[in-house]
Design a binder for this molecule. Structure first.
Ligand code: C2E
Ligand code: CA
Ligand code: CA
Length: 595
């Protein structure tokens, strides 16, 4: 509202002062909280003067003011909160008011931490119809320097640096308000020197598929995720609690701990929480939180070394199938080197056909004949050495290369079936492992259909395997894709059945044809009554649901006998045959079928 001249009766003076006071507070709030520069500049006179902490001019006119604020905004963390401590307005004359006071800006997510506290004195003068800011005097309050982090359940959560200085914004990450890497290292060093004799660990986070979050949801929402993660990590810390964001999705935290197993459980819990509370909003990108950990067992070790080690552990998260938490040890370094090597050679290896299809037959338990088979990938290097899937599949799943490999495996299997059909040789249905991200590919159904039709393969010869572990979130989108392929006659098999979280749900929600009981149950049949019951009941259940059951990892005659007794359909395992090169499998198939 424009304030008109000559309206300042004694009664309205207080109202006017309040209005001017609000204008000033809005000015700061627009900047630090709403980040609306347009709103900030609207109230600034062309002749504004701004004097800063050291009694020097920050700006001598509106142009300089704009320049400074634009630059400064980049240093202000997103999501700051502003608390006004005092703000008083005095009318100097009808055309001139002065507002002075003090406010605090708080770092997002860490309500306890004051980013800075600023004293100000602002003069507004009437210019044409509106009151405009003509002079500003600001000073950062020194007391705000080493604000203690405050208490979270009796433990201090996060610390701000004690050497906080006016406009030392370079110390901080502009998005989260946490330290940046350099100031973090200094703070850690200092803290460890001053607080020796305790157990410390450094952790470093990684969000798998964070680039996908960026691409699918945009930077603003991706930033939102980082802010939520910042909150999660800072609330995790115990004791020391020094935290920074080094780059992108990598947060580092120094925390105290008492028991390594407990620390591991707590970190696993944090990763699970991330999935439950944060991932939901980004489900298309399927982000996952992982944590690399480095326990500080040598007090003499440099902070740089710790940071290096924790980063190695972070990079190794992807090698850690199953658990999102990995502790550093020197072997982890070797693993990380190996990953680098794998990634630099995988494309050439694919082009030069170093990936080979090995096949492991499945046997009908009643007839003891081959009734199917599974394609398993082997990487045969040029020097003849063989790399097993456990080494490279997790890497490929992480970097997306698995998509290429899975289509390649399907093509190779189809080529073999086509050739055998032409030669009028017998064929059995062959199952091919499918990775999770394949199902997220928009072109998936079309590509599978295309491959089958190119090689003229009747769909009954192809079975697709999905490990139960991939089903974590919404089943309905999987159900949709699976149904589309099922319409083409493709059969679906659930691998590693019984190891995930929702085995029974899967049977209900997904168009599944075959269940593969995980090897772990079989391993325990001799010692565990529970495992025996689970296998028996799973077989009964799937038969009643009109599905087939395969048990994998059958290594002994007694296991095979047991499975036969409970009417399991098929068995796969070393007892019958190991995975073998395609050519050998074909010879075996020919021999068994009397060719
Ligand atoms: P999986 O699909 O559960 O495959 C079964 C694994 O058990 C295979 O390991 C197989 O060699 C092994 N196995 C079979 N019978 C026995 C037995 O009697 N005893 C024991 N101890 N093990 C047995 P492999 O070939 O090393 O494959 C490991 C995993 O890598 C597979 O587990 C699968 O998840 C993945 N994988 C392999 N090839 C591919 C592929 O082309 N694409 C994808 N996406 N994943 C693949
Ligand atoms: Ca499998
Ligand atoms: Ca399996």
């Amino acid at each position: 509202m424009a304030i008109k001249k000559n309206e300042t009766s004694a009664v309205s003076r207080a109202l006017l002062e309040e209005e001017i006071r609000q204008i000033v507070l809005k000015h700061f709030r627009s900047f630090y909280v709403e980040r609306s520069l347009h709103e900030v500049f609207r109230r600034v006179s062309p002749n504004v003067r701004w004097v800063g902490s050291r009694d020097e001019y920050v700006a001598r006119n509106k142009e300089e003011y704009i320049g400074h604020m634009e630059k400064e905004l980049k240093n202000v963390p997103y999501g700051c909160k502003m608390d006004v401590l005092t703000a008083d307005c005095v009318m100097l004359s009808e055309d001139c008011f002065s507002v002075s006071g003090e406010f605090e800006v708080r770092i997002p997510h860490t309500d306890q931490i004051v980013y800075f506290c600023m004293r100000f004195s602002i003069m507004l003068a009437r210019e044409e119809q509106d009151f405009m800011i003509v002079s500003i005097h600001t000073a950062l309050n020194d007391d705000a320097r080493a604000y203690d982090a405050g208490d979270v359940n009796g433990e201090s959560a996060v610390r701000v640096p004690e050497d906080f200085r006016d406009h030392d914004y370079e110390l901080y990450d502009s998005l989260t308000g946490l330290y940046n890497l350099e100031s973090y290292k200094k703070a850690v060093k200092k803290y460890l020197e001053e607080n020796p004799g305790k157990k410390y660990a450094m952790i470093c986070t990684n969000i798998t598929h964070f680039e996908r979050v960026n691409n699918l949801y945009g930077i603003v929402r991706a930033d939102r995720m980082l802010l939520d993660l910042a909150h999660m990590i800072t609330s995790f810390s115990k004791g020391a609690g020094i935290c920074c964001r080094s780059i992108a999705d990598h947060f580092l935290l120094l925390t105290e701990f008492e028991d390594e197993d407990q620390l591991k459980r707590d970190l696993n819990g944090m990763c699970a929480d991330f999935r439950k509370t944060i991932c939901e909003d980004y489900s298309d990108a399927a982000p996952r939180l992982g944590v690399g950990v480095c326990v500080l067992d040598d007090p003499g070790e440099s902070v740089d070394k710790m940071v290096e080690h924790v980063n190695v552990a972070r990079k190794a998260i992807r090698l850690n199938r199953g658990s999102p938490v990995i502790f550093y040890d020197p072997r982890v370094s070797q693993k990380v080197e190996k990953v680098k090597e794998i990634e630099s050679s995988m494309q050439i290896a694919l082009d030069q056909e170093e990936f080979q299809v090995f096949i492991q037959p499945k046997y009908d338990l009643k007839t003891n004949c081959i009734s199917g088979a599974e394609a398993l990938c082997r990487w045969i290097r040029r020097d003849g050495s063989m790399v097993y899937p456990d080494e490279f599949i997790p890497v490929f799943e992480e970097d997306g290369f698995i998509v290429d490999l899975d289509y390649y495996m399907l093509e190779k299997v189809c080529q073999m079936i086509m050739r055998r059909r032409k030669e009028k040789k017998p064929c059995v249905s062959i199952s091919i492992n499918q990775s999770r991200i394949l199902l997220k590919d928009n072109q998936y159904v079309a590509r599978i259909a295309d491959i089958l039709s190119r090689y003229k393969i009747p769909s009954e010869y192809i079975e697709l395997e999905l490990t139960e572990r991939i089903f974590q979130d919404d089943l309905s989108e999987f159900a949709q894709t699976m149904s589309e392929l099922k319409k083409l006659g493709i059969r679906w098999s659930i691998d590693d059945f019984g190891t995930g979280y929702s085995s029974l749900n899967l049977l209900k929600e997904l168009p599944v044809d075959i269940i593969k009981i995980d090897k772990s149950f079989l391993d325990e049949t001799e010692t565990s009554e529970a495992s025996r019951v689970i296998i028996r009941k799973t077989v009964e259940l799937t038969r009643e649901l009109d599905k087939h059951v395969v048990c994998e990892g059958v290594e002994t005659e007694s296991q095979a006998d047991y499975l036969r007794n409970i009417c399991c359909d098929m068995a796969q395992g070393y007892l019958y045959a190991r995975p073998m090169p395609m050519k050998e499998f074909e010879e075996l198939l020919d021999k068994e079928t009397g060719r």
